[in-house]
Design a protein around this ligand. Structure first.
Ligand SMILES: [Mn+2]
Length: 380
């Protein structure tokens, strides 16, 4: 069995709202298809979150179908599971619509679409012909590997008899975490691969410089990852505090003056102290795409924290912490927290709108009293 396995491409995601970066993800998918064809693998396996959401545009669906047809034309199959971003609604998902078969269609593979941890375990226990399975594909988080995990995504094998159930297991290949990770799972003297494909593109700022290539299996044995350099440079520029004084824009102008191909992305982090020096960055616009964001120093000794709530979404707890720090108004805090943690965003917004419409004008102008306190202001 030869295969390449990928996850978390998040097609249709537009980082920093830059259209070129949405297109980059499609280009990446095409390049992966090319590599699968060149290497003549039996199949390409998608371990969830091929799509960023459950509502891909018709154009995107046509694009994906065409790429899949290219695979089929060259004798490469494609199998996959859905992730939390593209999971099924009423039993249907876009992988299926695009013609991607479930991974456990072939006897050597097991795997189930993203679902409750309890259901994942039930699936693994009840799957027939487990002795034939060499590779398991799942979308979720390994608690012992991360300080924060999302309980809905918990994949805990520490007390699970995986090798009793799957005596010929060679590896568990995961999606969801975008940083590629390689490890092992062992029990009773048996050992198997345990690791994350990682996202092949850049989905969030903190993924810059953390890519490792594509998981590749040849003759049923994992090989070193296939190098997969991005065709666009992402450059982080620390423009905070005194860094902004020593920053030399001409080094970049020099480096990229004859650059061909995709424009580099300059991700600039500045703070209150360096805000007034942002003019120094202007020449960067001639050579690339500039994305700047303000960060704050929590404390002189503590590391800087980016004010980027999306990047912090690892647990409800973490979310509430970040929101509390940046959002002192209780009404806004409640609304944001509910929006971030609900599956029914429209309902939450309707409720909020309803509440606001039914408030008396006094209440609305009464932000001062309500801020942070969460108490009902006394009526005169
Ligand atoms: Mn995911």
């Amino acid at each position: 069995m030869d295969f390449i396995s990928i996850a978390d491409l998040h097609l249709s995601w537009k980082l920093y709202n830059i259209p070129e970066l949405e297109q980059d993800l499609k280009d990446i998918f095409s390049r992966i298809v090319n590599i699968a064809i060149e290497r003549k693998v039996n199949c390409l396996v998608v371990v969830g979150d091929l799509f960023d959401d459950n509502e891909p545009t018709p154009d995107l669906v046509i694009f994906v179908k065409k790429e899949i047809q290219r695979l089929w034309d060259d004798g490469v199959n494609i199998y996959g599971i859905a992730g939390d971003h593209d999971k099924s609604i009423n039993g249907e998902n876009w992988l299926k619509v695009c013609g991607i078969d479930p991974v456990d269609k072939i006897p050597e593979f097991a795997g189930i679409d993203f679902c409750e941890p309890k259901l994942v375990k039930e699936y693994l226990v009840n799957k027939p012909n487990k002795e034939l399975v060499n590779w398991i594909f799942l979308h979720g988080q390994i608690p012992s590997w991360f300080p924060y995990i999302d309980e809905k995504k918990r994949l805990d094998f520490s007390t699970f008899p995986i090798f009793d159930l799957y005596p010929n297991l060679k590896g568990i290949i995961l999606g969801d975490i975008h940083e590629p990770k390689t490890g092992t799972i062992s029990d009773h003297g048996k050992e198997a691969f345990l690791g994350y494909c990682g996202s092949p593109g850049i989905i969030k700022s903190d993924e810059i410089n953390k890519k490792a290539g594509l998981i590749y299996c040849q003759n049923n044995t994992l090989q070193p990852r296939i190098p997969f350099p991005l065709d666009r440079d992402f450059i982080k520029i620390d423009f905070t505090g005194s860094n902004s004084e020593i920053f030399n824009v001409y080094l970049f102008l020099q480096k990229y003056k004859d650059h061909k191909g995709k424009k580099p992305i300059f991700r600039v982090e500045y703070d209150k102290d360096s805000q007034n020096k942002l003019d120094k960055l202007k020449p960067l616009w001639q050579i690339g795409i500039v994305e700047s964001t303000q960060v704050k120093s929590l404390d002189k000794d503590k590391p800087k924290e980016s004010i980027n709530i999306r990047a912090e979404l690892s647990t409800d707890e973490r979310m509430s912490q970040v929101l509390l720090e940046s959002c002192p108004d209780k009404d806004i805090y409640d609304l944001l927290y509910e929006l971030l943690t609900t599956a029914e965003q429209k309902a939450v917004l309707d409720k909020f709108k309803d509440k606001k419409l039914n408030e008396s004008p006094n209440d609305i102008s009464d932000g001062e009293q309500r801020a942070g306190a969460g108490t009902i202001p006394a009526k005169s």
